[in-house]
Design a protein around this ligand. Structure first.
Ligand code: SF4
Ligand code: F3S
Length: 106
């Protein structure tokens, strides 16, 4: 499956959700995750993310391997999102910032 990684936190542009044919994105307060049991590896979402937060599970950036389990865990708790919405007003300020994991809200 594909995995949403750290750069989505506090950016949450949601362009990714519009293209998913199986509606497997789930939404939290300031982050999205992909349900690994539903993702069919179609690859469509990866190029849609303006901050390149989406990777195939086998290609997650070094140090971000924990996001694989985090996507699986949070997808069980969070509701499905399939329609794009406006990003947070300060999304651009958080693009590419490292160390955002502690800011993830559940
Ligand atoms: Fe959805 Fe395809 Fe992205 Fe998987 S790879 S989350 S099925 S758009
Ligand atoms: Fe997050 Fe990128 Fe989607 S910022 S909400 S993975 S478009």
């Amino acid at each position: 499956p594909f995995v949403v990684t750290e750069n989505c936190i506090k950016c949450k542009y949601t362009d990714c959700v519009e293209v998913c044919p199986v509606d497997c994105f789930h939404e939290g307060p300031n982050f999205l995750v992909i349900d690994p049991d539903e993702c069919i590896d179609c690859t469509l979402c990866e190029p849609e993310c303006p901050v390149n937060a989406i990777y195939p599970e086998d290609d997650v950036p070094a140090g971000q391997e924990g996001f694989i389990a985090l996507n699986a865990e949070l997808a069980k708790d969070w509701p499905v999102i399939s329609v794009r919405k406006d990003p947070p007003a300060d999304a651009a300020d958080w693009e590419g910032k490292s160390g955002k994991l502690p800011l993830l809200e559940r």
